[in-house]
Design a protein. Structure first.
Length: 675
């Protein structure tokens, strides 16, 4: 089917759509999110696009592929709104979710505790069975299978998780229990750990399996409805974005609900990488600042970084995910005074309903967006999206009580809110860079999202960075990443062996089943092999590319990766291979250069704004509407249809051929813009 590739990202405040036409044209839509049913906002954006922009390109409004980034799984984990789960585990290990890793939530805060697990203690059932590393230790009898099935059925669960000891190596007992439970509870999802995450580490495997069961009824229903609505509209294919930066078909996504927990943020990193390639920049720090939170990530060597584990709402998920550090510093984050009298921003957010006070939708508490409006960075006469206009008087009214409590003027409070938000986001950027041995001063910052470009210069100054890349459509870059996203799956299997004792045949045989499954699941995909290795005695491993079966070459590669990541690698220490992985990728849009404006730059407008506590006269330019080579000197405001950027005093910018604006400290900007 010839038609548009469309990406739709559902955020906390707005739902963003980007469509890429076969001839290279781009269309953008932005509508208010519908938190009660995100699908309403999703298809409202799609329908509005098809009725307007979609008709202007080859194929009319036909959509070949719709890639959706959803927050359904994320919100369910954060709000604890998933299914009631019963967990079946090996008898004697019923407390594994509460024991965790026996670490504290905060090392020096004795009053702080970890968030509770997703299952109640009374809903954990121990099965009298036991597998060991070599196989059966205590057999599982038919009577015990029947007892467990009856005990689970009596609790009337909405979903069931089964996670037994050593099921990742020997799944027979788990398979029998899961089969019996599926017969006893028709229509109730039964999730077995060997199907979700066949790897060692009991706590992480059980936590991930429980999360999958907790999310599956909700996510499956949502994805099924979305697939039905897509079919009804004649859309060629619906794909759902995963946390790993690739997309799945709806039926596969419904069976991998926990893999969607960072669906939207992963699309933003894909979009930033795509724009970086277009601008010739491959070392990027990215910051997606939306209405509720800010997500920091890293692109190095033109490659998006992935992690094998993470946590959402305090729930560990040991699944492949794009490296993302999330902090509560979005445009809707609420400013307040803590018990010690200090100004703080977040974690509470005004979200989409009612939203910041200046949206005029019933919000009364001061937010970051209200502060930006009071400082003059945003134009009250310029609608944000979907008819939302900014009310300066409402923003002043929201900041007034906070200013009175602190004994400050509203302008000073607004500047303070911005400073606190910058500090919070700078810490997130440091955690994804400095904490991993990456020097941010050698990278380019890509701020995006509805609020991100307002803080690009301040964040670059805070981290000592030399350049900022402002996208031509920063408010919808996540949706662009979704539209361009590849199809991607990752398969994993345990393989715990000393590396020095492995033959080439054994290495090849370990990968072969995964390669066959990946090729069958995604025909024509590019397959990549990865080995998870570690020094004997280490608690955690590093992922090492494994293109060949040579154990000695794999050892050398491990030492190189370990030295790069941790600063040391002892070649005399024995190495073990603990897991093998295969990633299959079918590319989406591999390269894209947005059409930049041509001709002469328009005459700038002027507006008084406040930067760094000082009133300045700023030039006003159209973001995305400046021709290639046009130069901008701070202080300046770049106002676009989906976001606004601030060029602070002392910064200078030039429009690249990609349409992006490259900012640098005055005197540091390089040669002429690319043709």
């Amino acid at each position: 089917m010839i038609g548009w590739r469309v990406g739709v990202d559902v955020g906390g405040t707005f739902t963003d759509l980007v469509a890429l036409a076969p001839d290279g044209a781009i269309a953008v839509r932005k509508v208010v999110s519908t938190p009660d049913d995100p699908g309403v906002g999703l298809f409202r954006a799609v329908d509005e696009f098809r009725q307007t922009d979609g008709r202007s390109a080859p194929g009319g409004g036909a959509i070949a592929v719709l890639v959706h980034g959803t927050t359904v799984a994320t919100n369910a984990l954060l709000e604890r709104s998933g299914a009631r789960v019963v967990l079946v585990t090996t008898a004697g290990f019923e407390d594994v979710l509460w024991l965790r890793r026996q670490d504290r939530a905060a090392l020096y805060d004795l009053a702080r505790d970890h968030p509770p697990p997703l299952v109640a203690p009374s809903d954990v059932i121990g099965a009298a069975e036991r597998m060991g590393p070599r196989g059966v230790v205590d057999p599982l009898g038919d009577d015990e299978v029947a007892r467990v099935a009856a005990a689970v059925r009596a609790r009337r669960p909405e979903a069931v998780a089964v996670s037994l000891l050593f099921a990742f190596l020997h799944p027979t007992h788990e398979q029998r229990l899961a089969a019996a439970l599926r017969i006893a509870l028709p229509g109730v999802p039964v999730v077995a750990s060997h199907e979700v995450l066949p790897v060692f580490r009991e706590y992480e495997r059980t936590s991930t399996t429980t999360a999958e069961a907790y999310l599956r009824p909700l996510v499956s229903a949502y994805v099924t409805r979305a697939a039905g609505e897509s079919t009804r509209r004649g859309i060629g294919a619906l794909r759902i974005m995963t946390s790993a930066g690739g997309s799945l078909a709806p039926d596969a996504a419904a069976e991998r609900s926990a893999a969607l927990a960072l669906s939207g943020p992963a699309g933003g990193v894909v979009g930033a990488r795509l724009l970086g390639e277009a601008a010739g920049m491959r070392e990027l720090l990215t910051l997606d600042m939306g209405g509720t939170s800010a997500d920091a990530s890293l692109v190095t060597g033109g490659t998006v970084l992935h992690e094998g584990s993470g946590a959402i709402g305090g729930i560990p998920l040991a699944l492949p995910a794009t490296l993302i550090e999330t902090v509560s510093a979005g445009g809707g984050s609420i400013a307040s005074v803590d018990e010690g009298g200090a100004l703080k921003v977040g974690p509470r957010s005004a979200g989409a309903a009612p939203g910041p006070a200046c949206y005029g939708r019933g919000g009364v508490e001061p937010t970051v967006t209200d502060a930006c409006l009071v400082l003059g960075w945003l134009d009250p006469d310029h609608p944000l999206a979907d008819g939302v206009r900014l009310d300066r008087a409402a923003a002043d009214g929201a900041l007034g009580p906070l200013a009175a409590r602190l004994g400050m003027t509203p302008i000073d409070v607004a500047a303070g809110i911005v400073a606190v938000a910058v500090a919070v986001m700078a810490r997130a950027l440091k955690r994804v860079s400095v904490a991993r041995g990456v020097d941010p001063r050698l990278m380019t910052l890509v701020p995006f999202g509805g609020a991100g470009p307002l803080f690009g210069c301040a964040l670059a100054d805070a981290l000592g960075m030399r350049a900022v890349l402002v996208p031509p459509h920063p408010g919808v870059l996540s949706a662009l990443g979704l539209a361009a996203a590849p199809e991607r799956i990752e398969l994993v299997a345990p393989f715990h062996r000393p590396l020095a004792l492995l033959t080439a045949r054994e290495v090849a045989d370990a990968f072969q089943p995964l390669l066959a499954r990946a090729a069958a699941t995604l025909p024509g995909a590019t397959l990549a092999r990865v080995a998870d290795c570690r020094f004997v005695g280490q608690g955690y491993e590093v992922a090492v590319p494994a293109p060949a079966d040579d154990g000695a070459a794999l050892a050398r590669a491990f030492l190189g990766v370990h030295r790069a990541r941790h600063g040391h690698a002892d070649p005399t220490q024995p190495i073990e291979l603990v897991q093998v992985r295969v990633t299959a990728v079918r590319p989406g849009v591999e390269a894209w250069v947005p059409p930049a404006a041509r001709g002469a730059a328009p005459a700038p407008g002027r507006r008084a704004i406040v930067v760094g506590g000082r009133a300045v006269d700023a030039a006003l330019w159209p973001l995305g509407g400046l021709p290639v080579g046009a130069e901008v000197t701070g202080p300046a405001i770049l106002a676009g249809p989906d976001a606004t950027a601030l060029v602070e005093p002392g910064w200078h910018g030039r429009v690249h051929a990609s349409g992006a604006v490259v900012l640098a400290r005055s005197g540091r900007l390089g040669g002429p813009a690319a043709p």
